[in-house]
Design a binder for this molecule. Structure first.
Ligand SMILES: NC(=O)c1ccc[n+]([C@@H]2O[C@H](COP(=O)([O-])OP(=O)(O)OC[C@H]3O[C@@H](n4cnc5c(N)ncnc54)[C@H](O)[C@@H]3O)[C@@H](O)[C@H]2O)c1
Length: 458
């Protein structure tokens, strides 16, 4: 089991931040703990699913069989003993094979994994074939494809677990918002992988803030400062499309830059705790250290000031540079006190402690939020006791982070309305292996990097 755990953790956390912060611990999937942590059992009453009739098994498909897709399949199968994996889809055959191997290894000695070879699909259209076969789908490709995949899944009446972010451009955000409305209308559950909403410590601290423990929030700081993530260098014989699809982190149509892809978690916590979305963003950023050809077109640092309708100002910083101060965290100041989430401590204006999470709860034994997401999803599907509707917030927090990116790329102040109405569209639906990617290198193999004051994004 130790070997299995290591393998899945490694796959899932290629982009783990090298920080001593406790968030590092949270970002690990504790596969060993999943077997015992908060599982649904067969004692939960089964009710028929509207979409599938009186079928006790829930059919699961995964689209995007990388680190996160693989981890999410394990969590879905762990959440409910009657979930069966029926289909897998990825752009690349080798990614499906590696993922299936890891899932089989995790459930070795059981009969849980019986996905048929004919239900393993590859290529840009693979998602449709996999989604068609399932009741619930996991969408875990790079975020550029999420709006198209989410729309198709909801049109086909599927429940959805989808990873954050949910788009890389405002046109995609609006499509997800429209699809979120349709999902609600159809009573389909949607969970978005902003797992802090499913994490006990965040939930307890949020309760305190709602009860007024720090008064009205006036300012805050949110951070994702780390060393950066993997690079998948260009290989001989790759087409430009294959290269960008493999090395997706560094291309905005696929990834959206790290202010969106990772820092969305912290910007989302600010939106959640404030109970509103930013009305404007202004900031600065660039690439100082990570600027090779394989680093595509994204920045390695951003610093944004988000102003909210209530007047609160949140400073947001994210950095992908080695050898610097690292922190992944959120902190808020209010009219009656302060909160630092990593510490779990609330203090009054004089600095005296009012609440200390660690004095009440043992964080080490808290349920793994990645598992809780799936426990809640499958309980909601079976029992119909709640409808999970994360997509609207997922889309709006995605837009907030995109707004930050528009501000750092352009050097302008970007308002929520400008971002929401923007025609910026980085991804089209009809891509295939013969398509030219939306961004292309120059004759020297360099990609165009945004230049503040020159790049226009509003
Ligand atoms: N919530 C979290 O803490 C968390 C952690 C890690 C990753 N994620 C999110 O999960 C998503 C995937 O990240 P990852 O780390 O698993 O990346 P990954 O590169 O390991 O996996 C992505 C997979 O999607 C496949 N893919 C790309 N385009 C596709 C398409 N059009 N159709 C089907 N498959 C396609 C790729 O080939 C790859 O196998 C990202 O959105 C990321 O932000 C979230």
């Amino acid at each position: 089991m130790a070997r299995k755990t290591h393998k899945l953790n490694t796959m899932k956390h290629r982009k783990k931040v090298e920080t001593k912060d406790s968030l590092e611990r949270r970002s690990f999937v504790k596969i060993t703990g999943l077997a015992t942590g908060g599982l649904l059992t067969s004692s939960i009453p089964f009710h028929s699913m509207a979409q599938t009739g009186n079928v006790q098994k829930i059919k699961l498909a995964v689209v995007g069989c990388g680190g996160r897709g693989t981890g999410a399949v394990v969590q879905a199968l762990t959440a409910d003993p009657d979930v069966e994996l029926v289909a897998m889809a990825d752009a690349f055959k080798d990614r499906v094979e590696t993922s299936l191997g890891a899932i089989q290894e995790h459930f070795e000695g059981t009969d849980r994994i019986a996905v048929k070879e004919k239900n393993l699909f590859y290529g840009f259209d693979a998602f449709k074939m996999a989604i068609d076969l399932a009741d619930v789908v996991i969408l875990a490709t790079p975020p550029g494809f999420r709006p198209q995949h989410f729309e198709y899944a909801i049109e086909q009446d599927k429940h959805v677990f989808m990873e954050k972010p949910v788009a890389t451009d405002p046109v995609g955000v609006r499509r997800v918002l429209e699809t979120a409305r349709l999902a609600k209308e159809k009573k389909l559950n949607v969970v978005v992988g902003l797992q802090r909403h499913y994490e006990k410590k965040y939930l307890r601290l949020y309760d305190q803030v709602r009860k007024g423990a720090i008064g009205k929030i006036t300012s805050g700081q949110v951070y994702w400062n780390g060393e950066g993530v993997w690079v998948r260098p260009r290989e001989a014989g790759q087409s430009e499309m294959e290269y960008q699809m493999r090395n997706w982190y560094y291309f905005n149509w696929l990834c959206g830059d790290h202010i969106l892809e990772q820092h969305i978690h912290n910007i989302d916590v600010a939106n959640w705790f404030l109970g509103e979305y930013p009305s404007s963003a202004q900031g600065m950023g660039g690439r100082e250290v990570r600027k090779g050809k394989d680093h595509g077109e994204i920045f390695d640092h951003h610093f944004v000031e988000f102003t909210y309708p209530s007047g609160a100002v949140i400073s947001s910083q994210c950095r992908h540079q080695k050898g610097c101060f690292n922190r992944v965290d959120e902190a808020f100041k209010g009219s009656d006190g302060s909160l630092i989430i990593s510490k779990g401590i609330i203090t009054d204006l004089g600095g005296s402690e009012k609440f200390n999470y660690a004095k009440i709860y043992d964080e080490k034994t808290d349920p793994n939020p990645y598992q809780v997401e799936h426990d809640r999803l499958f309980a909601a599907i079976r029992n119909k006791n709640e409808l999970l509707t994360d997509a609207e917030n997922g889309a709006k927090s995605t837009l907030a982070a995109i707004m930050g990116r528009m501000a750092t790329y352009s050097g302008d102040i970007i308002t929520w309305e400008q971002a929401m109405k923007s025609d910026l569209q980085l991804v089209k639906d009809d891509l295939d292996w013969a398509s030219a990617p939306p961004t292309l290198p120059d004759a020297q193999g360099n990609y165009k990097v945004p230049v503040p004051g020159v790049t226009k994004y509003s």
